[in-house]
Design a binder for this molecule. Sequence first.
Ligand code: GTP
Ligand code: MG
Length: 206
Amino acid sequence: MDFKSSDTIPGPRTEDHLPHTAQAAVKIVIVGGFGVGKTTMVGSVSEIRPLTTEETMTQAGIGVDDNYGSDSKTATTVAMDFGRISITDKLVLYLFGTPGQERFWFLWNGLFEGALGAVVLVDTRRLEVSFDVMGRLEERGVPFVVAVNSFPDGPRYPVEELRTALDLAPDIPIMECDVRRRASSKDVLMTLMRFLHSLALSGALI
Ligand SMILES: Nc1nc2c(ncn2[C@@H]2O[C@H](COP(=O)(O)OP(=O)(O)OP(=O)(O)O)[C@@H](O)[C@H]2O)c(=O)[nH]1
Ligand SMILES: [Mg+2]
């Protein structure tokens, strides 16, 4: 293909460059059922413009994909979300959001490859989806924390009640969050980092 002399190939923007102090990069996956807020979380916390693979939801999805009354949700992830956040000068997290619709779950295995840890996003209106999600992480030996993304019409339960309902081991962190807020999403990631650090110290992280 010929390029006209005025054509320019866009290079990385300044904010896309990794800080030169970065010494370690860690892959984290964000998983959860359809429409639980995975793409929103990657977008709210990423310091680079996130890469998304959103496709518009069409009439064909009616009766198949229940968006639980979220009229603002018009698109769904069909492959993955990708973002990045520097936790410290030295530590960088690469974030991979998974697609939520079950017909795309076969892509998760590839996305889990090399992941050090995961965030399981939970919607209290659809707790049952979380069992499948956590089961897949357990099968792959990926440690995770659980973050409850509270929607206004979702039932509210004390966190410890949710721990019991989800049959979570006592050491697995569980917290509430609002993935639309950067600070809240960052708190979740910090909790995951602390959890992974404690597992590493105890020798449980392979
Ligand atoms: N009220 C409320 N709405 C939210 C919250 N989090 C996300 N949303 C909205 O809910 C919708 C779902 O968000 P997405 O980020 O697309 O969810 P997802 O998990 O990536 O969805 P899929 O990729 O389709 O599985 C969007 O319209 C968000 O604006 C929340 O905490 N509260
Ligand atoms: Mg998504």
